[in-house]
Design a binder for this molecule. Structure first.
Ligand code: ASP
Ligand code: MG
Length: 421
């Protein structure tokens, strides 16, 4: 059994859906779980719908839903032509259900509302994709992933209940393979034991693929992308990127941790635990090898990787009473950062100061400074870049830093991290 994951870009229009079908048809001998994301930018649009519902903004709610409906209907038009009536009815039911939320959904907390709305993107995409597969002669089953992935009621970041999920996968997913070789299901979504829909965090469909692969002991997972595999840098920032042919689970986690946005960071662990290889392949050139992520670390150091985070803030805390930075200060500072939900990208201390780096877009430096001003003098610099180089040397460091002013530099044997302006 294999698991394939098709992200939003790989089902963004009718041609893309047909392309996904062709890819699945290249594997006629296999049993395949096909995990699909919402089409194109649907998740972002559904976020707007969720905000509108929360704010009781009726006009925005209906206008956005109408746009989403038209977008899906135009794809259906192109895929199904005269044979579209049945799928149109199915989608109509989904939109009727969604629209009723405006009157009926209990607005108890925003994250709950968000998950009830945003999860529909995956339901819509899989309904279309699975019916299209069948239209074209690919025998498949549609599975509502909420029947098999059970999570805690942490809306917007449901934590998987592994034992329950494992049992449900055995009893509900596996029997479907006795009927058809392909099972189409949603990424990103799950369910609480109370029957409320949850989501696993943005870009969570990769993680769904890994969860299901773990539970069915799949032979491999393939993530189909619009790039040739995992690259050593973001092609939007670097002209001369190189594909990583083969890297270890450990390396993939390191890269994801430092901010490479190729795979969802949680994806690797379930696969590593069962030694299931993860392929990242191009849906444009499915015949090409792509990247394989597996246990062996021998190839990790062949190519240096570059991860660039822009718009960073470097903030330093200096105890007002001129005392040393010690463990008590750490506890005090981290408690306040945790309360404010600050995600620290890098930290460093000297005798008299403790410094952190964080994303300006996620946290406001003024509120952080305010929360800590009683015990610390707080200083900060904005508009900085945090560059991480894995498997660096003098040449790659020089390439990144150039003539830029360096504020912080940290090195381990494999990784150098540089904060610069
Ligand atoms: N559709 C969801 C998102 O855009 C999940 C995913 O694509 O992985 O975040
Ligand atoms: Mg996506």
């Amino acid at each position: 059994m294999k698991v394939f994951k098709f992200g939003g870009a790989s089902v963004k229009d009718a041609n893309a859906v047909e392309n996904a079908r062709k890819i699945v048809s290249l594997y006629p001998q296999d049993k395949i779980v096909v995990v699909v994301s919402a089409m194109g930018k649907t998740t972002n649009q559904l976020e707007e719908v969720a905000y509108a519902l929360w704010n009781k903004d009726e006009k925005t709610f209906y206008v956005n839903l109408e746009q989403i409906q038209n977008f899906h209907l135009s794809i259906v038009d192109q895929l199904f032509g005269d044979l579209k009536q049945e799928i149109v009815n199915v989608l109509d039911d989904q939109f009727t259900f969604l629209k009723q939320h405006f009157e009926k959904l209990e607005l108890k907390n925003f994250d709950f509302v968000y998950d009830q709305i945003v999860s529909c993107g995956e339901v819509l995409s899989t309904l279309i994709v699975e019916r299209y597969f069948r239209l074209k002669g690919c025998e498949s089953s549609w599975l509502d992933c909420r029947k098999i992935i059970l999570t805690t009621p942490n809306f917007r970041e449901g934590k998987v209940l592994w034992n329950e999920t494992q049992n449900l996968v055995q009893s509900t997913l596996l029997p479907l393979f006795q009927k058809h070789a392909v099972v189409v299901t949603q990424g990103f979504i799950g369910n609480t034991s109370d029957g409320d829909t949850t989501t696993l965090g943005r870009e969570g469909s990769d993680y769904t693929a890994a969860i299901l692969a773990f539970c069915i002991n799949a032979e491999s997972v393939t993530i189909w992308k619009d790039v040739d595999g995992m690259l050593n840098a973001d092609p939007r920032l670097f002209a001369d990127t190189i594909k990583l042919d083969k890297i270890s689970y450990k390396e993939a986690i390191e890269l994801a941790y430092y901010g490479a946005s190729v795979i969802h960071p949680k994806t690797v662990k379930p696969l590593q635990n069962k030694n299931i290889p993860l392929f990242v392949k191009s849906f444009i050139h499915p015949e090409k090898d792509g990247t394989i992520i597996q246990e062996d670390t021998a190839f990790d150091a062949f190519v240096p990787s570059f991860i660039i985070k822009k718009d960073q803030v470097l903030m330093s805390f200096l105890p007002i009473d001129f005392s040393f930075i010690d463990e008590e200060n750490f506890v005090d500072i981290f408690q306040k950062l945790t309360d404010l939900g600050v995600k620290v990208n890098l930290m460093q201390n000297t005798a008299l100061s403790f410094s952190i780096v964080f994303d300006r877009a996620k946290s406001d430096p003024v509120s952080i400074a305010h929360a800590l001003k009683e015990n610390y003098k707080v200083k900060y610099n904005e508009s900085l870049t945090l560059a991480t180089i894995r498997h660096y040397n003098a040449e790659t460091i020089a390439k990144i830093t150039g003539l830029k002013e360096v504020f912080v530099e940290q090195r381990t044997r494999q990784t150098v991290r540089i904060v610069m302006k």
